[in-house]
Ligand binder design. Structure first.
Ligand code: FPP
Length: 245
């Protein structure tokens, strides 16, 4: 399909959706219109990943740092999230998409939390794809949270200090049970990871697209996957070791 090798699909794709504001400016529109177009691009990316058979899609929808944006913009983004969840729930159910979240969900407005919890519950049994929305998410905050929980468990005698391994640590993350991202896509020509999935991206392949998020089409996503498929992932080994020579 579209020249994509099904046997080499990334299991987990993570996306930093950047450039809604610049898209609006470029088109002489309000920032909110840029975010609305961004929500359409989200819909599109979810459908494409589902169609291609990607198992996990994780979207950076709202970072902890985003709380410092103007109040009106934060309110508009929350309203847009509500609207998105309300309009997409049925499609998620029909298409076997399981919704999950990472981040400090309790920081979100109660109404949004309610809608999220309902969608998470209603889709909990779905198995075709896991769609994870990172909301009020920060990678460093997540790591600190893990450290606190581990210390608590060690103090309570539930965990031995000497048995703390990379695997155990991963089990305490929000993403526990998910594979690490194979591919990270960031739009808008910025080359940063902006506090996203810091622990999880140790061996992730990065793909930076020059288009602004609202313009990130199905074709753009397919190109990112095709580019990923040309890469050799060595995880610190040599090419010969990987090919068994
Ligand atoms: C980046 O654009 C976008 C965000 C703040 C997060 C992503 C939000 C959406 C795609 C909107 C809706 C989301 C869902 C899940 C329905 P920016 O404002 O940082 O752009 P700029 O850097 O050009 O100003």
């Amino acid at each position: 399909m579209y020249g994509i090798d099904k046997s080499k699909l990334p299991r987990h794709v993570a996306i930093i959706m950047d450039g809604n504001g610049r898209w609006a400016k470029k088109n002489a529109l309000k920032r909110l219109t840029g975010h609305k177009k961004g929500a359409d691009a989200v819909r599109n990316a979810v459908r494409t990943c589902r169609e291609l058979g990607i198992e996990y899609l994780t979207l950076y929808a709202f970072s902890v740092e985003n709380w410092s944006r103007p109040k009106d913009e934060v309110r508009a983004l929350m309203a847009l999230l509500e609207e998105y969840l309300n309009s997409e729930l049925q499609e998620m159910i029909d298409n076997g998409i399981k919704l999950s979240t990472i981040g400090n969900i309790r920081a979100l407005p109660e109404k949004v939390q309610g809608i999220l919890n309902n969608a998470v519950q209603k889709t909990a049994m779905n198995r075709k794809m896991v769609l994870t929305l990172a909301l009020s998410y920060g990678g460093r905050d997540e790591i600190i949270e893990v450290v606190r929980k581990i210390v608590e468990d060690v103090e309570a005698g539930k965990l031995e200090k000497t048995s703390i391994t990379k695997n155990i640590f991963s089990n305490y993350l929000f993403t526990s049970g998910m594979p690490d991202p194979d591919l990270l896509i960031r739009t808008s020509g910025e080359y940063r990871i902006s506090n996203f999935l810091l622990w999880q991206m140790a061996y992730t392949e990065f793909y930076f697209a020059d288009v602004l998020w609202p313009d990130f089409s199905k074709e753009c996503l397919i190109n990112a996957i095709l580019d990923y498929q040309k890469r050799e992932r060595r995880f610190g080994m040599t090419s010969d070791q990987l090919s068994g020579n």
